[in-house]
Structures are given as structure tokens and as C-alpha cells.
Design a protein around this ligand. Sequence first.
Ligand SMILES: [Zn+2]
Length: 114
Amino acid sequence: MPIYEYRCKACGKITEAFHRDLAKAQKPACEACESKTTVRIVSSFATPKTEAQVMEQYGVPEPGAGPDAYKDPRQIGRWAEQRFDEMGVEMPAEAKQMIEAAREGDLPDPVKDL
Ligand SMILES: [Zn+2]
């Protein structure tokens, strides 16, 4: 059974939880302060997704966002950040780095093609 890690937004402590089925899993309360504001940490062993799959799934604008979605570099990745936030999942560090790089004008290859 996979172990998932949750970081407490209140105190920053990590709480581990076992889930048979992540889709049905409840987020655990923080072990240290019992806050329920925990976010799942996506670690390499807990997710089978590759960086490319993550970007493909979360790093592109919504359908209908239009060609203007990336005109403002500060908009790059905002949608992806919102998606992760809605899911209560912490964005992988690699994805954050790609977004930061893109905002600096260093677009990753898949985004250049949009
Ligand atoms: Zn806590």
C-alpha cells in the first residue's frame, strides 16, 4: 500500500498516511497540531507520473483559453497552480521550476508549440 505524505500548512510538519485508493482518501489532519489544512506532497515514489505527463495534464491552458493565454508571462502556470490548489495537492518542484523558468522567458519546448 502506498504511503502518502501531507504537509501541514499551519505548522509545516509532515504527516504520513496510507491509502488503498487515493481517489477516495480523506486528507489526514496534522499529527502535530491537528490542523486540517494539509496538502499532499507529490513525491516521486507516490506518483507514477513523469514530468512530461504532469505538464501535459496540468501545465496547459484550459480549452477555450485562447491564444492570448500566454501573452502575459505572469499568467504562465497560473492555471496549473490553481488546478493543483483545487485538488489540494502541492505542485511538484519540477513543475514549479518550469513555470518559474517560463515566466523568465525560458519556455519549455511543449509550451513553445502552443
Ligand atoms: Zn500542523
